[in-house]
Structure formats: C-alpha cells, structure tokens
Design a protein around this ligand. Structure first.
Ligand code: SF4
Length: 215
C-alpha cells in the first residue's frame, strides 16, 4: 500500500496503520503529496509545507515503532537529519539512508502515453523521448539523457544544499519534489536536516551535529 501524506490526512497515520493491519496488508510506503497535477490546484493548498515535516516525521516514527507492517518512507521525505536511518529503513531496521535520487540512474518510468522519465513521480518537465519513437535502449543510452542526475556535480547545488555536508550523497533530495515545490533541481526546501539545523541554531550552536543518531 502506498499513502501520500497531505493536509487532509496528516493526523491519520495511526488510524491508517490500524486499517492496514486489520485488512491484512504487510507493507506500507509513505510519501508526500506534491503540488503537481491535480494537487497543484489552489497553489498546492492540499500539500504540506517544509515547516510541517518535523511533526510528520515524529508521527511516522511513532507508528513505525509499534506497527507490525514493513513501513518505508519514500524518497519524497527526508533528508539526513538525525532520524534519517529510522525513517529510511524498513521496519524495524535502522541501517539505511538516502543515497540520492536514482531517476535515470537505476530507475526509469514509462507513462501511459509512452513518455520516458527517470521516475513516474516526475512531471512532464522531465520527459526524455517517447517509447513510440525510439526503443527504450536508445532513449536510455542517448548521450545527454537524464542529465540532471547523470551529469550532476556538487557545484551545481544552490541555497542550503550548496553548503550541506551531505551534498555529494543527497544531491538535493528527490528531483521531482524539488522541482514541484521550487521549480529547480539544485536545492530542496523540503528537508528535515535544514529544519533540524535551524532548530539547533535556535537552541544552542553547540548542539549542531552532522552525525546520525542510530541508538
Ligand atoms: S540540505 Fe540539501 S543536500 Fe543537504 S540533506 Fe537537505 S536536501 Fe539534502
């Protein structure tokens, strides 16, 4: 089962978990509703803001800590704050972490009209060519294809991502999320680490940390 979290259901994770358990599901993937397609209506009013992420992360971790389901947080949600391994790993693990957007690297999507994208979460902004015009092999191997990931260099990053110690791994998180929310793939405002750092600076600079807490 795949659930998108947004303003209408952000408080329902515990009850959704119970429904899935009661109806025999084993696995549950949780991701964000992004402001694209129908969800972009009314300036994306349905969608959560970056400020909502810490509370949602707490709710996900609370559900994961007691659910029998295999729960994974998808690439739309993160990144690299102290709870990254707990969020990224399937229940009950805590050994995974976000390794960057794999669209056009290890993942490819074919839409219902034949457009090839790096990932089916992406909008048509990311369309490569169409499967009706070329073979998938030709599209995949075309020089310059999926350049936002294949030709990525850390120097392209902007904003908080440009100075982030995780920039070589994270690469500004999910490309479809950053583009849907900020029309760029070079920085991502939907970042728990940025929220974590802002909070640490508010409390005391001595509490700033780049390490994961996996205890
Ligand atoms: S600041 Fe950017 S590069 Fe660093 S963890 Fe957040 S999204 Fe990733």
């Amino acid at each position: 089962m795949n659930t998108q979290i947004n303003r209408q259901n952000q408080s329902d994770l515990a009850s959704l978990n119970q429904v899935l358990c009661d109806t025999g599901f084993d696995d549950w993937q949780i991701q964000l509703t992004m402001p694209q397609g129908m969800a972009a209506f009314d300036n994306g009013a349905l969608c959560l803001s970056p400020d909502d992420l810490p509370l949602v992360a707490k709710q996900i971790l609370a559900v994961k800590s007691r659910s029998p389901l295999f729960i994974q947080t998808a690439d739309h949600f993160g990144y690299m704050d102290r709870n990254e391994p707990r969020l990224r790993s399937g229940t009950p693990g805590k050994d995974q972490f976000f390794t960057g957007c794999q669209a056009g690297m290890q993942v490819v999507g074919i839409t219902s009209n034949g457009a090839i994208r790096g990932c089916l979460s992406q909008s048509n902004h990311f369309n490569e060519r169409n499967i009706r015009d070329d073979t998938l092999e030709t599209i995949w191997q075309r020089k310059g294809a999926f350049s936002y990931n294949r030709q990525f260099h850390p120097s392209q990053l902007t904003g908080a991502c440009a100075t982030c110690p995780f920039k070589n791994i994270c690469r500004a998180g999910c490309k479809s999320l950053s583009h849907a929310t900020n029309r760029t793939v070079t920085e991502n405002h939907y970042c728990l680490r940025q929220k974590d750092q802002a909070q640490a600076c508010t409390v005391t600079p001595l509490k700033r940390s780049i390490s994961f807490d996996v205890a």
